[in-house]
Design a protein around this ligand. Structure first.
Ligand code: PLP
Length: 415
């Protein structure tokens, strides 16, 4: 058996850990290929959430009663686990947010409004999710800064040379996704971080599609801020992380004001609490944070290097097999390519593709994937997208390929 094939079958048994995958959809075994939108949840995460509500539910960081102390301990324990998961130096560098979108908005507001001025430049790429574009558009408008976009290679990859051509002494922020949610490209973040720092800029990384699938070591990457979402990495919805280097987070002013984020308040003035509370105004998503901590335990138990190899092997196999079907165009490079495969069948709207696949029990996404500038670059209105995670196997790729062949025949020849 080839190495790649061994990897593809290696994680099949984890499917048992995901209760929802036992469902039948439209009379077929559920083939869930929409994890880039949101992942399914293992029983351990679901049970952890229930256990918290059944045994320890209370507000955190306020009362001194036993339940409140237990809740605070579990909440802070999760922060430590997540810090370990991304190799952060300190737990207080983990700021809980609602997700990637909120994290990026906070960085743009708190760092951008404070440190950017008219004429400064923000370097992005045309593949960014709207969450890593619109906060920068808005910031640029507020302070009079300019957006600059890295040129893509023909297959959509970003090279260090192309990044270097856009980064100059006016650059103050470089904001890039580590993995594209449409093209499955893996960007050379560590090298681009060096370029950013050479001109005194900071680098902000959208890790929504990378943190679930790869080992993330923020120190080795040499980055300044990282945003990611719990729900794409087996955790609950409504919880995410803003990680930043301690000294950068310390320099930020809060953007949400109210309970828990203060040190001292009188009628006219207030001073701010230490990190992380300063950036977590109001009651946080306590159970979300605890569920996300449990999700990182599960991922580490399976092993991130295994997950990374498995997902990349599956994705590249799907890419290769879909590319060989007549009338099917697959986007992005053939390798390395991870997590997602975006494609179109000539003459068939991707929504129709998704509908036919749903009738076969296969869940994929169709649309612009919150990346309209990339759709413009690809010169398409939308794509179909299959995305993979640790619970998928080569059986799922077989089902996808068969269903795409069926869809093509159906629209070419009629039912
Ligand atoms: N960035 C990328 C690359 C994504 O794929 C997504 C979600 O699909 C986001 C940002 C936004 O994540 P969320 O909706 O969890 O905030």
């Amino acid at each position: 058996m080839k190495e790649a094939e061994k990897m593809i079958t290696a994680l099949v048994d984890v499917r048992e850990d995901f209760p929802i995958l036992k469902r039948q959809i439209n009379g077929h075994r559920l083939v869930y290929l929409d994890s880039a939108a949101t992942s399914q949840k293992p029983k351990s995460v679901i049970d952890r959430i229930t256990k918290y509500y059944e045994t320890s539910n209370a507000n955190v960081l306020r009362s001194v009663h036993t339940l409140a102390e237990e809740a605070t301990e579990q909440f802070e324990e999760s922060r430590k686990k997540i810090a370990g998961f991304i190799h952060a130096r300190y737990p207080q560098e983990i700021i809980f947010t609602r997700g990637t979108t909120e994290s990026l908005n906070v960085i743009a507001r708190a760092w951008g409004d404070k440190f950017l001025k008219a004429g400064d430049e923000i370097v992005l790429s045309p593949v960014e999710h709207h969450s890593n574009l619109i906060p920068w558009q808005q910031l640029a408008e507020r302070v009079g800064a300019h957006l600059r976009f890295i040129d893509l290679e023909r297959d959509g990859t970003i090279t260090v040379d192309a990044a270097s051509a856009r980064i100059n002494s006016k650059t103050k922020i470089v904001a890039l996704s580590a993995v594209s949610n449409v093209l499955g490209t893996i960007n050379p973040i560590a090298d681009i971080a060096i370029l950013a720092h050479e001109v005194g800029a900071i680098i902000v990384v959208d890790g929504a599609q990378s943190v679930p699938h790869q080992i993330t070591d923020v120190q080795k990457l040499g980055i300044d801020f990282l945003a990611f979402s719990g729900h794409k990495m087996l955790g609950p919805t409504g919880i995410g992380v803003l990680w930043g280097r301690n000294e950068l987070l310390n320099a930020l002013d809060p953007v949400i004001f109210g309970g828990e984020m203060i040190e001292y308040v009188d009628r006219e003035n207030a001073t701010w609490a230490e990190l992380p509370a300063k950036l977590e105004g109001g009651t946080p998503n306590i159970v979300g944070a605890i569920g996300l901590g449990e999700a990182t335990d599960y991922l580490e138990k399976i092993g991130m290097p295994r997950i990374e190899k498995h997902v990349q092997a599956l994705t590249e196999d799907a890419y290769r097999r879909l590319s060989s079907i007549p009338d099917v165009t697959v986007y992005g490079p053939s390798s390395p390519h991870t997590g997602v495969v975006s494609f179109n069948i000539a003459g068939v709207h991707p929504h129709d593709v998704a509908q036919v696949l749903d009738s076969q029990g296969i869940a994929i996404r169709a649309g612009h994937h919150c990346a309209q500038p990339l759709m413009q670059w690809l010169d398409v209105i939308a794509t179909a997208r299959a995305s993979f995670y640790l619970y998928n196997s080569s059986i799922d790729v077989d089902s996808l390929v068969d269903a795409i062949k069926l869809t093509r025949r159906y629209f070419k020849n009629g039912p």
